[in-house]
Write a protein that binds this ligand. Sequence first.
Ligand SMILES: Cc1cc2nc3c(=O)[nH]c(=O)nc-3n(C[C@H](O)[C@H](O)[C@H](O)COP(=O)(O)OP(=O)(O)OC[C@H]3O[C@@H](n4cnc5c(N)ncnc54)[C@H](O)[C@@H]3O)c2cc1C
Length: 497
Amino acid sequence: MNKKPIKRVVIAGGGTAGWMAAAALAKLLGKNLSVSLIESDDIPTVGVGEATIPTLHIFHRLLGINEQEFMAATNATFKLGIKFENWKAQNDDYIHSFGFLGQGCWAAGFQHFWLKGKEKGMVTQIGDYVPEHLACREGRFAVLANQEQNHAYHLDAGLYAQFLRKIAEQHGCKRVEGKIQTVTLNEDSGDISSLTLASGETVEGDLFIDCTGFRALLIEQALHTGFEDWSHWLPCDSAVAVQTTAKPNPVPYTRSIARDAGWQWRIPLQNRTGNGLVFCSKYVSDEQAKAALLANIEGETLNEPRVIKYKTGTRRKHWNKNCIAVGLSSGFIEPLESTGIHLFQRAIVRLMLMFPSNGIEQADVDEFNAQSRADVEDIKDFIILHYHQTERTDTPFWRYCKNMPIPDTLAHRMDLFAGTGKVFKKAEELFGETSWIQVMLGQGIMPKQYHPIVDMMSDDELQRFLNNIKANVKRKVANWPDVNDFIRHYCQSQAAQ
Ligand SMILES: Cc1cc2nc3c(=O)[nH]c(=O)nc-3n(C[C@H](O)[C@H](O)[C@H](O)COP(=O)(O)OP(=O)(O)OC[C@H]3O[C@@H](n4cnc5c(N)ncnc54)[C@H](O)[C@@H]3O)c2cc1C
């Protein structure tokens, strides 16, 4: 192991991942470190990745980022969930919102009360018991003082990288422009010792962060770390993306519309809409995918459709030798639940918690890799659920997804919910009970029974209990302003400062 103190961190790549890492390391550890970032103007960033989840607040709080300033700078809109259209069946939809579901008791979550209520004809859709779900449908939004409302953003990825770059440079990060041509390894340790650019310039470092995207220039091309392929569970391997003019009064959620061999996203920003079609090339050619996307967009196109190729899976180690992969270089699951940026920030925060100032310890590396692995495993199962649990058999793609073998861990969760209505979140898992419940119900799993503790309530008590929760949700959301009025005011008042 490299027992040299770590004084120089070199970040390779300046996409979302690179600038997130640079801003965090420079701002929070920059007094004791030299941080530099190399990016090439000749190699474009992947240019997508514009929907986020609420955990981004943690990263922004850590960096002291002001929400209004960030939203104005990145043309961001608020996101309260994702609407899944045609996933369970054609012309069927449901919302996975970011909120918490109703009110449970020590023994049983709210879904058990709702399930009995459903049996007795006392309830409406599950989303009526989650404020963020109702707010998605009514287009309302509020920033609440005690953060009791959960929201994320749709943002312009290019502007976000620029926004973070400013923070990184203000805190001493040195940007080096140039194409990395050679990665030099130390002959004895096998560690990376330097990166040489096309100009001939050499950048030496003690710790290297690989943010070179799918190229994985350091972690894979130089260190041959290995990749675990998950395409048998997540068969989509391509996307085509195009931007269109903005629609007035956009919705506060991402739209995910299942198509014949994949799905389409619509991500509304203040000034434009991001569109894309994720697809499986076994069933659809690039040209067919482009045509299918262009046939299903609104507004004028602002650029040429661009095809992106990828393989779903994970790097076998995210930290190998003195190199840590952050971003697409570490692997890619699927953009379906907007978890990419979340995983980048988890890796960055984890690195700071384990920062090897006095030299790299194998125990730190092993712990980092185990935690990274757990993060992606749980997310992977949640994403597979959307594809596998479907009634669709109308195309070869959906027949494959419906019949494919799934991980035992996911099969267990689905069986547990289907049989008993129970859902348990693992300690460090990203998606909580409300997420699993909304998606499992939305995809068509209806539990056979509810927890018997619900029978402690009489039918009248249950009806009152359910009605009260629903009325509270309705009252609360009715007080929230229109989301687009809110954004205009919020971002304009920032611009005026
Ligand atoms: C289709 C698709 C949709 C996605 N949607 C979402 C989403 O909605 N939400 C989400 O959270 N995530 C999403 N992601 C995942 C991820 O957030 C984005 O893709 C993100 O923008 C990727 O950032 P990156 O920094 O890892 O890679 P990139 O953007 O590819 O950046 C790579 C950087 O490395 C540099 N580089 C590469 N090679 C060299 C070299 N030889 N020399 C110098 N520099 C080099 C490039 O110049 C560039 O700066 C999506 C991914 C895909 C593929």
